[in-house]
Design a protein around this ligand. Sequence first.
Ligand code: GSH
Length: 220
Amino acid sequence: MTPFVTTSKGESRAILYGFWSSSCSWRVRAGLNLKSIVFEERNIDIVKEQSQLTDKYKNINPSQKVPALIIDGQTLVESMAILQYLEDTRPEPRLTPNDPLQKARMREICETIVSGIQPLQNIGLKSHFTTEYQYQQFTKYWCDRGLQTLENLLQKTTGLYCVGDQITMADLCLVPQLFNATTRLELSLDKYPTLSRLYKNLLKEKVFEETHPKAVRPKP
Ligand SMILES: N[C@@H](CCC(=O)N[C@@H](CS)C(=O)NCC(=O)O)C(=O)O
């Protein structure tokens, strides 16, 4: 597999294996965008074609999930490990607060989403339920419970964004999760004023406009 794509101008660019509506892919797409890293997104259809389950893709990501990122001659998997690598190798603009307490607050929000919500509403769980209805009830319950947790946490940390006035990894996790919650899971944010305000404002930020699933969805 080619580790880099060399463009006609001779520069190397990263390759993101992702899916347009995947929240974990969106986290990385937004991180790349914020850090102005040139990349090409290759679509791995995790819904209809289930391309993540092929042996070819398993060689790229052993977990057979998206995203995976090829950058600096390495293949990286796990969205948060990827974001941390981008942060460590391309520190500006920063995606983490400098202050240790604020950093811990940011991680509380990230973990609530990354460990506490997303895995419990992942599309990969669907085939393990007897009915579509059971799957939907399960995913909605855990997502809504996670949203309640986020609302409580964010009331203590929020400024313009999740943690103060700086876009951090917490925002990169929040926006895709709220998109999933309000579209695929059809949950309302009405009872969550902090989440509602943040989501509305964050969607207007250039980074989320440019990386929004609607902006990157492949044409049929
Ligand atoms: N912890 C992983 C989770 C990856 C993950 O669950 N990706 C989902 C899409 S958001 C996926 O590929 N689902 C397809 C499947 O499980 O078959 C990460 O953050 O990268």
